[in-house]
Design a protein. Sequence first.
Length: 417
Amino acid sequence: MNEEIQKEVEYCLNCKMKPCSNKGCPLNNDIPTFIKLVKENNIEDAYYTLVKTTILGSICGRICPHYKQCMGSCVRGIKGESVQIGDIEAYISDYGLEHNLIKNISKTSELNGKNIAIIGGGPAGITCSYFLARAGANVTIFEKHNKLGGILEHGIPQFRLKPDILEKTINSILSLGISVEYNKEIGKDIKIKEISKKFDKVVLAIGANVSSKMNIQGEDLKGVYGGNELLETNNYPDFTGKIVAVIGGGNVAMDTSRTIQRLGAKKVFVIYRRAEEQMPAEQKEIEAAKREGIEFLFQNNIVKIIGKEKVEEIECIKTKLVQKEGETRLSPVNIEGSNYNMRMDYVIMAVGSKPEEKDIENFEKNKWGYVNINEKMETSIPNIYAIGDIAGNKATVAYASKSGRDVANEIIEELKK
């Protein structure tokens, strides 16, 4: 066994209350149990324990915001360092991939003869397909790209998630007999009314990857890009020797800023209107960006992009954090008269994302513009469900995976009747 993993599993207290699982992990993975099994050098049973709740352990173990989730609830972290749960999870799942342990997972006959379509092959979609296939369903994934993975393939840089890990994970899932139709885009190649007639159930898992705008002056100038689109297409302008501002504080901001730095930018600034401790990005990603030379401007806000045809400058303003009535989170308020300008070549917007409107025009939307779902995750169209980002879930791989697993369980219960 890997010495570092051995050290970590010995460090775990195996708490009876399981705060790392019950409070910290969105998927409620049975962390103490699989750590105990690794400690006993029973890696196979640790793998079988893990895949009861997730099939993306090799991925979540690497890229999840662990300190905001499982490790943030670790009892060891109260007085010292938390157990490196992500490393252990990845170790177990990698072992399972290497030894093809998925072949030993038995299927049930609950959904034999049932045909289910999954539209979108991101973390929510492939997790859903895994649990449905285990229940005996005939599952077909319709994917708009020529590869599965969604944001894992078309959003997370390779320096954070190696392609071979993703490929092995997907191949493992597909080995359960799941079919895939590539280059099938909703609205263009897939008609909702037609597909709903061919399948017993349809699951919409297309994500919400259109970069939100701030609606400020100059946002339509040449040189302003959406971070989500840059990461998805991997089609970047020439940043060599350029000064770039990335607006936002989430993982998209971290991924785009670190990617642009690697592409030869002279200087990359991350501009965030709140304080560092309020950034939604994982702390280890923030620290990595700092080490790579990216400069953070906390409690600063962009108010204008200046230029004739292309970006030439940006106008920013400093902010202060205040407690507003009825809100638990401190809110940023612009400090009057603190405006200043910075020379800039490119501006990348990474302030959130929203669905592509044309993709969900047939569905009832909620007040935030996402597909409206009921308590069973069913949309306004009977027998069609929506999961992951398109339904407004928290935009992390773990939460997307949870929604995929949860809707699979709902469908299994419904079709068993």
